[in-house]
Design a protein around this ligand. Structure first.
Ligand code: WTA
Length: 653
């Protein structure tokens, strides 16, 4: 972001206090901040008692005797699936809809909490029959169908650890995740619907497990009825194995610190990190934030989080948080614009959605399409709007509130990460006077700060790095199989504090503005992809000698991937062959990582700007990619390199 854009942001004067009627009925009041400030651990303890059902109470709220390895609710025991499903049935809410599922072709299914209890129990019995039990890893590679939530909860029920892999990831990305976690079972489907067509999943699984030594079975849900290859030694159909199971299953309690799941996310090196989350603290903070940030009223609200289950937002705000709270929610399989751009607004109208949680990229896309499309639908049921995944610019915020929220709904801009497990910084809709573009303040019970390079807290009106200064219940416990990387990545930059990797500013009121990543992680449409990951994919192509990748700002997707590539001798194309090789390389990246990682632009260059010590100067490449005046080139080994690159860039665009 340029300094001008930033100071414009920080002079954002518009304020949106909560409407009085909203504030009067809100779950969260101002008193929460004071309570948490007075005694943070007692605050979390009260929340844990009120929001969750425990089989055994903890003996200690937080064990921080061996930082950065935290234990929350030590000695406590609970079953996460029981908390998300059974207890709502026991409390008399078995007939309440848990999931209004909408398939892309227009088919739909309704599952009540009683249905969920039966489905999750059957799936848990099937896991047992397949030899999957406590501590075993299960990879889940599914489209957005109810079985995805059922499979996750069935794992939680038996104490197996799920590792959900986004269905848009490639066979290779799936393979490396299966291998890292040594998964015993893969749960997948023949395919799912995307943009009006069945997209296959099973072939990628076949490829990913072909050489696996850990995978014993692949459990396949039938969704699209596509032809699939079948390996009788490994493959089993969901409808053969799960449907015939008993719908009774005894949910045994598991330890509060038992691993609930692993979710891989991009870091600054090529190898994705398996973020490990555990049970009690994670479920507590997802439930607490879901209830207070979205003001959930389980009897009357219809909540819709548009995230895919393959990302952390799908884990925390489609499965665990909402279900722990007994919410009624919408789950949608497909793309926002199929069969036409108003599909989401049809869904809001059809189900009477009251709370909508989505990403700025989607909001900016709708904004470009104009007010008429949502304007033709009745969106008056909406009462809270949420945003997540990337900074939301004030204009998109204002548009979201005005056009989607009818100028009436609070908008909550929620900052968090795969690693934090749940929302950390956000307004409370009945309390905070909202500032478009700012996530504002840490939630009650959470401690965040902005520090300078030396780790000193910056005064109001200044910027630096976002850190979290106290452990929180849903924090990652480690990186799967790599404690040292956990320490190095998050806890070594600033002594005793968690380094989030985000830049931030505090304005004159002390409100926080999140400014994007300060490391080599890009944020494309709210998806984290590291520059090194894309670079390694590019150099794995036989024609590529070297590559450098940067995230260039993009008005819709936040950032776009721009790659600079040096070809091997002999591979250099003539003018006509240039676009051919560029397409070949883009497809190669899609094959290695997934279509979301395809570079927006690939530049074939003869040199890359390097310092005398051989480090690539990405800053300069970003200047080129964003058509900016070049910054300081003094430290370059060969300052003329940049002229060559800039010339190449302008002739290709
Ligand atoms: C960015 C998604 C600004 C941030 C839940 C963070 C945000 C990364 C916001 C985590 C927000 C997320 N404002 N930036 N409200 N929410 N981010 O792990 O850079 O996919 O570090 O988790 O997204 O992405 P992740």
């Amino acid at each position: 972001m340029t300094d001008d854009a930033l100071s414009n942001l920080l002079h954002e004067e518009r304020r949106f206090p909560p409407p009085a009627e909203f504030a009067a009925q809100a779950n969260a009041t101002d008193a929460l901040y004071a309570e948490a400030r007075a005694d943070r651990l007692a605050f979390w303890e009260r929340q844990a008692r009120e929001l969750l059902s425990w089989d055994t109470e903890w003996t200690q709220v937080l064990d921080w005797s061996n930082p950065p390895f935290a234990k929350w609710f030590v000695g406590g025991k609970l079953n996460v699936a029981y908390n998300c499903v059974d207890r709502h049935v026991e409390a008399g809410h078995g007939d309440r809809v848990a999931i209004h599922w909408e398939g892309e072709p227009g088919d739909s299914r309704t599952l009540t909490y009683a249905d969920m209890q039966r489905e999750v129990s059957k799936a848990a019995n099937a896991l047992t029959e397949l030899g999957v039990g406590h501590g075993d890893r299960v990879a889940i590679y599914l489209p957005m169908i109810p079985e995805a939530a059922v499979a996750m909860l069935a794992c939680a029920r038996v104490g197996a650890i799920h590792s959900v892999v986004f269905g848009g990831f490639s066979a290779e990305a799936l393979r490396s995740r299966i291998e890292d976690a040594e998964a015993k079972l893969v749960i997948t489907a023949d395919g799912g619907y995307r943009r009006g067509k069945p997209a296959s999943l099973k072939p990628a699984v076949d490829e990913a497990v072909a050489a696996s030594t850990s995978v014993r079975n692949v459990l396949v849900v039938r969704r699209t009825e596509q032809e699939v290859d079948w390996n009788d030694d490994v493959d089993v159909w969901w409808h053969d194995v799960v449907d015939r199971q008993s719908d009774q299953h005894d949910a045994r309690p598991h330890d509060s610190e038992d691993t609930l799941y692993i979710l891989y996310t991009s870091g600054t090196t090529g190898k994705p990190k398996g973020i490990k989350h555990t049970s009690g603290g994670y479920l507590l903070q997802t439930a607490y934030t879901h209830r207070n940030v979205f003001d959930l009223k389980p009897d009357t609200d219809v909540y819709w989080c548009t995230a895919d289950i393959g990302w952390v937002t799908g884990h925390s705000y489609l499965v665990y948080g909402p279900m722990a709270n007994g919410a009624t929610q919408v789950m949608y399989e497909g793309t926002p614009d199929y069969p036409e751009p108003g599909r989401w607004w049809d869904i809001v109208e059809k189900y009477g959605v009251t709370i909508l949680y989505t990403a700025p990229t989607a909001i900016r896309t709708f904004m470009k399409q104009g007010d008429e499309i949502p304007g033709r639908r009745d969106l008056s049921s909406l009462r809270v709007l949420g945003s997540v995944g990337e900074p939301i610019n004030p204009e998109a915020w204002i548009w979201y509130r005005r056009v989607i929220g009818g100028d009436r709904t609070p908008v909550v801009d929620t900052w968090w990460q795969t690693e934090t497990g749940a929302i950390m910084i956000s307004p409370l809709p009945g309390v905070t006077s909202a500032k478009p573009g700012s996530a504002q303040v840490a939630l009650p019970g959470i401690s965040a700060e902005v520090v300078d390079d030396a780790g000193n807290v910056v005064p109001d009106g200044h910027g630096g790095y976002l850190v979290l200064t106290e452990p929180w219940p849903s924090m990652l416990r480690t990186i799967w199989g790599d404690d040292q990387r956990f320490i190095d990545t998050y806890w070594s930059r600033f002594e005793g504090r968690y380094f989030a990797g985000d830049g931030a500013k505090k304005d004159e009121d002390g409100d926080l503005w999140l400014l994007g990543r300060v490391d080599d992680v890009m944020n494309i449409s709210g998806h984290r992809i590291s520059t090194t990951e894309v670079e390694s994919a590019l150099v794995s192509h036989p024609k590529v000698a070297e590559s450098a990748v940067v995230g260039a700002s993009d008005p819709t997707t936040g950032q776009g991937i721009v790659a600079f590539v040096i070809l091997r001798a002999g591979a250099a194309p003539d003018a006509a062959g240039g676009s051919e090789i560029i397409n070949e390389l883009r497809d190669h990246v899609a094959k290695e990582i997934g279509p979301i990682a395809k570079p927006r632009q690939i530049m074939i260059v003869s040199e890359l700007p390097k310092t005398r010590s051989g480090k690539i100067m990405r800053r300069l490449l970003r200047d080129v990619a964003e058509n900016r005046e070049l910054g300081d080139v003094q430290t370059l080994a060969d300052p003329t390199v940049m002229n060559l690159i800039s010339e190449g860039m302008s002739s290709s665009s």
